[in-house]
Design a protein around this ligand. Structure first.
Ligand code: SF4
Length: 165
């Protein structure tokens, strides 16, 4: 019987309307999400809201870099009005890490393509709906701290990963 590992999860995936446009990306009806939710393994957080951003908010993308370069202060998160919102994204990532550590999270399920939560792809900073390989600020900080990040399309992979504990 695998040990019950707690999992940090993007709040928008659990139906909270916290995205930049006030919507969610709920997957709470997925059988694995239901299972982990019923066994109290899920710890929801929206890093951007935790970092001080409002709902709704101006969409933002990482300009010429990825989450790792934002954490190194070598790239910025810029919103569509050309404001530098990096400090909110870095603060949100730090809050996510604190919450994950407090709850002993062994993994995270974070929303793909977000400048905070993306882990395989993000948008390229041109606001032209162009994707590139890379990860968001929160994903980068969690991975730097040995918390494995999955996206909402990798729930079965996470199920297999949990069997190792
Ligand atoms: Fe969802 Fe993450 Fe964006 Fe918050 S920052 S709305 S949790 S994708």
């Amino acid at each position: 019987m695998p040990k019950k590992i707690t999992i940090l999860i993007s709040a928008c995936l659990l139906g909270e309307p916290v995205r930049y446009n006030g919507t969610d990306l709920s997957i709470k009806d997925h059988p694995l999400i239901k299972k982990w939710s019923d066994s109290k393994q899920l710890v929801p957080l929206c890093p951007e809201v935790a970092g001080g951003m409002s709902v709704p908010r101006t969409p933002a993308e990482i300009s010429s870099g990825d989450g790792y370069s934002v954490l190194r202060l070598q790239a910025n998160v810029i919103d569509k009005n050309q404001s530098d919102v990096s400090k909110y994204f870095i603060s949100g990532a730090q809050k996510a890490l604190e919450l994950a550590k407090k709850n002993n999270c062994g993994a995270a399920i974070l929303t793909e393509r977000s400048p905070s939560c993306g882990s395989q792809q993000i948008y390229d900073g041109s606001f032209s709906n162009t994707r590139k390989t890379g990860m968001g600020v929160t994903s980068a900080l969690l991975i730097q701290n040995n918390i494995k990040v999955f996206n909402q399309y990798q729930l079965e992979d996470l199920e297999r990963y949990l069997c190792y504990f």
